[in-house]
Write a protein that binds this ligand. Structure first.
Ligand SMILES: Nc1nc2c(c(=O)[nH]1)N[C@H]1C(S)=C(S)[C@@H](COP(=O)(O)OP(=O)(O)OC[C@H]3O[C@@H](n4cnc5c(=O)[nH]c(N)nc54)[C@H](O)[C@@H]3O)O[C@H]1N2
Ligand SMILES: Nc1nc2c(c(=O)[nH]1)N[C@H]1C(S)=C(S)[C@@H](COP(=O)(O)OP(=O)(O)OC[C@H]3O[C@@H](n4cnc5c(=O)[nH]c(N)nc54)[C@H](O)[C@@H]3O)O[C@H]1N2
Ligand code: SF4
Ligand SMILES: [Mo]
Length: 737
């Protein structure tokens, strides 16, 4: 007999609701949840592949220890004893910084990663922490921290009420949205156009989203910041600046005008490879639309000027009065946390040992991991803990990192697969599959187009031989703190809950009344684990029940009773409450960014010819994983070099033939796909491939492994304000192979 269970899809930022059909322990079907408050029944091929993912025969279910060149399956106790025996001496002898931690993308898609990732980080106490943020969105955190005070105050396009969406370097019809939780985005775009609104897309490729757009601007890669600066210039010069209701809340407008003096549309247009009129018309369109929003994603952040581009996106929104109003760029108000009144963020509190990169949000650049491992001296990294990450395939100069991992004294991976990265581990600790896990999206509730609270229980109880990922992280944390391998996860969890309750009891914005930490813990008893933390957060949050003070408010009990989610309404203006800058105002011209504008001048004047490499994503991929599912990956080769027909002729390439793509850092040979969807002079390769290294255990992915584009990327070409690697607009040479 089959049963059904609702489960939030953990595979991308859209956070769709799924209905799993279960036969005993087996998922036999997956469909979209028609009642889900955000996704309304939408499901993409990846979500539908959750069945294949959960039941993938290559998934590990038992911890393993390396024995020379082979692996040995062990019990959980043996695995943690092994970690303790090897990690502790390194910490004791060489200090905290001798252990590096990398936290990959799926950490924001699990309750364990969101609620306990920080616990492990604090327990390790190392400065050598990197996450996928510095190969992704860190520039947006930096610019929002500068503009609004809070790195998590990221405004999102209010797509359902806008008249004009201008998207830079984003392909939501493939990615399903990013830094923007917008499930069912295709229908929302169609609805926008049906009500007379427009979509404009700035992308060197005619992406799936660009193909649906009312206007597509095929920009030269890496120059979005210049184009945006030209738009801002136009706003000033044509008298189109109109802050509307924001006027009383913004400082620095004149400074921005002054700083961008040299960026006339005529000046930037040649560098961007577009007509000056296109730049001016974009600015006019944004200014003149009743409600418009400018949005930038991966093509704008993963460049040497990622923070400047991210800042300029919001400068356009502010100057046209479109920030914080319906149909513009709005701040979600997530139910789990009221962040008002926090101190402004500080940056550069410490620097990396080898290259002196400043810390950003407590992190150092992922690109600098390898040099910290291979450069001898005091503070050299000797051990590595990698949680839900595959940096050999996802970070620049992945080959150098791979070589560095091989030389480490010790490595632990928390990962369900033996990947390009985890194959280097001494111990692999596999988390359970999705059907055994509860879910709530903390990160994405703060980026969603409507406020909503959605929790789904674990569809099935955890098998006896499996360990919850939060317990894996808690036991690692206990080891890191010197408490040994045998501390029960439940004891460590009590400490975590107590710490959170204490913080909430003393945080003015938390709805806790006069209650003490003990009162709060008593109120959420007998819950444990993630649900206890979540109950504390939801009840003290902006929509919370205040532990009884507002009985109709949110609590775990309320979200448990509504597995398709609780809609908390359309986004509402949040300025000035959302602002945590020192001035309490939007600081449009922050000092760090003003100082960085000089590099934009250099970019404007640097004319490179020769091909530039950009990335892309396909609906059927998920960064470096999920390539191992036969039905999902399909029969087409997804790791191809897209080349314009004119370039193919000039470079002697043919469709289906092979090209050698090289940089100073490395070379890959890849199949060629000739297409006029790409701007001449630009080539595109997706990331996350290269599953052919010795020791990887991905049977399906391995027979069509693709090439690791990050072998071409430089680990030293970064956006200095965010430590984010330049993964697009990379100069390459291309020849027939
Ligand atoms: N050249 C280039 N490089 C890029 C990008 C690009 O555009 N171009 N994009 C970058 C971006 S945006 C990102 S986010 C990064 C991603 O880079 P990473 O975060 O390093 O890697 P992922 O490919 O997401 O790999 C996630 C790993 O987590 C494992 N995993 C899956 N589910 C779970 C789970 O529940 N628990 C645990 N513990 N592990 C799990 C998977 O098996 C996989 O090994 O890649 C970046 N790299
Ligand atoms: N199916 C699928 N969905 C995913 C992922 C996945 O791997 N597969 N990964 C998830 C993750 S971790 C993230 S961060 C998001 C990313 O979400 P998006 O940012 O929407 O990602 P992409 O689909 O890579 O779209 C980026 C677009 O930018 C263009 N581009 C490249 N360089 C430039 C440039 O210099 N300027 C401009 N204007 N455009 C440029 C590319 O051609 C591409 O079309 O996607 C998430 N969703
Ligand atoms: S769009 Fe994202 S969240 Fe929705 S089903 Fe697909 S992978 Fe899952
Ligand atoms: Mo990402």
């Amino acid at each position: 007999m089959t049963t059904t269970a609702r489960r939030i899809c953990p595979l991308c930022e859209a956070t769709c609701g799924l209905v799993l059909e279960l036969d005993g322990d087996t998922i036999v079907g997956v469909r979209g949840d028609d009642d889900h408050v955000l996704s309304r029944g939408y499901v993409c091929p990846k979500g539908a592949a959750l069945r294949e993912l959960d039941h993938d025969p290559d998934r590990l279910t038992t911890p393993r220890i390396r024995d020379g060149d082979t692996w040995r399956d062990v019990t959980w106790d043996e695995a943690f004893a092994h970690v303790d025996a090897h990690l502790r001496p390194i910490l004791d002898t060489h200090g905290r910084d001798a252990v590096a931690l990398y936290q990959g993308n799926p950490n924001v898609h699990t309750l364990a990663g969101q609620l306990y990732g920080r616990v492990l980080r604090q327990a390790l106490g190392t400065r050598n922490v990197a996450t996928a943020s510095t190969v992704d969105q860190m520039p947006k955190h930096r610019s929002c921290a500068e503009l609004f005070g809070d790195p998590l105050a990221i405004p999102v396009p209010d797509i359902d009420r806008t008249d004009l969406l201008v998207a830079f370097g984003a392909n939501p019809l493939m990615s399903n949205g990013s830094l923007w939780t917008v499930p069912d985005v295709g229908r929302r775009i169609r609805d926008l156009q049906a009500r007379g609104g427009q979509l404009m897309v700035i992308d060197p490729r005619r992406s799936r989203t660009a193909a649906k757009a009312d206007q597509h601007v095929a920009i030269r890669p890496g120059t979005d910041a210049l184009l945006l600066a030209g738009m801002v210039r136009t706003l000033f010069d044509e008298g189109l600046v109109d802050l509307g209701d924001l006027a009383d809340h913004v400082d620095g407008v004149e400074e921005v005008d002054h700083a961008l003096a040299g960026f006339d549309a005529d000046v930037v247009a040649p560098a961007c490879g577009v007509d000056a009129d296109v730049v001016r018309d974009l600015a006019r369109a944004v200014a003149k639309a009743d409600r418009a929003v400018v949005y930038g994603r991966i093509g704008t952040t993963t460049t040497t000027v990622g923070t400047l581009a991210s800042w300029l996106v919001d400068v356009c929104n502010v100057l046209t009065g479109n920030l914080d109003r319906a149909g513009g760029a709005m701040f979600p108000n997530p139910a789990h946390e009221d962040r008002t009144g926090r101190p402004p963020t500080r940056f550069g509190r410490w620097r990396s040992r080898v290259s002196g990169h400043p810390e950003v949000l407590g992190e150092l650049p992922a690109a600098a991991l390898a040099e910290e491992m291979t450069t001898p001296g005091e503070g050299q990294v000797r051990a590595f803990v990698c949680v839900a990450g595959n940096p050999v395939l996802s970070t620049p100069d992945g080959g150098a990192l791979d070589a560095a991992l091989a030389e480490l004294d010790f490595m632990v991976a928390v990962d369900p697969y033996v990947t390009a990265t985890s194959r280097r581990a001494d111990v692999i600790l596999p988390p359970p599959a999705s059907r055994y896990r509860a879910h709530y999206d903390l990160a994405f509730a703060a980026l969603a187009i409507r406020d909503a609270a959605v929790y789904t229980r674990a569809p099935l109880p955890l098998p006896d031989d499996a360990m919850a990922e939060e317990d894996i992280l808690l036991r690692l944390a206990a080891i890191a703190q010197g408490a040994g391998p045998d501390v029960p996860a439940a004891d460590a969890d009590d400490l975590v809950a107590h710490r959170l309750a204490s913080q909430l009891a003393s945080r003015p914005a938390a709805r806790t009344g006069e209650r003490t930490a003990e009162d709060l813990l008593a109120a959420v008893a007998p819950r444990r684990g993630p649900e206890r933390l979540l109950d504390l957060m939801l009840r003290s949050g902006p929509y919370g029940d205040g532990f009884g003070d507002a009985p109709d408010g949110l609590s775990m009990a309320a979200v448990e009773a509504a597995p398709s989610g609780i809609d908390l309404g359309a986004l509402e203006p949040r300025i000035p409450d959302v602002l945590t800058t020192a001035s309490g105002r939007v600081e449009l011209a922050p000092a760090a960014i003003m100082a960085d504008v000089a590099r934009l001048v250099a970019l404007r004047d640097a004319q490179s010819d020769g091909p530039l490499l950009v990335g892309r994503r396909h609906l059927r991929t998920n960064n470096s994983w999920m390539h191992n599912l036969p039905h999902l990956r399909g029969t087409r080769d997804l790791c191809t070099l897209q080349v314009h027909p004119d370039d193919a002729i000039a470079w002697g390439l043919s469709d289906g033939g092979h090209a050698l793509v090289s940089t100073d850092d490395g070379a890959v040979t890849v199949p060629v796909e000739v297409t006029d969807d790409i701007r001449p002079g630009v080539v595109s390769l997706p990331h996350g491939f290269g599953h052919d290294l010795d020791g990887i255990e991905l049977d399906v992915a391995g027979d069509r492994p693709g090439a690791n584009v990050n072998l071409l990327m430089s680990s030293t070409t970064l956006d200095p304000l965010s430590g984010t690697a330049a993964l697009t607009a990379v100069p390459v040479s291309v020849t027939a192979a």
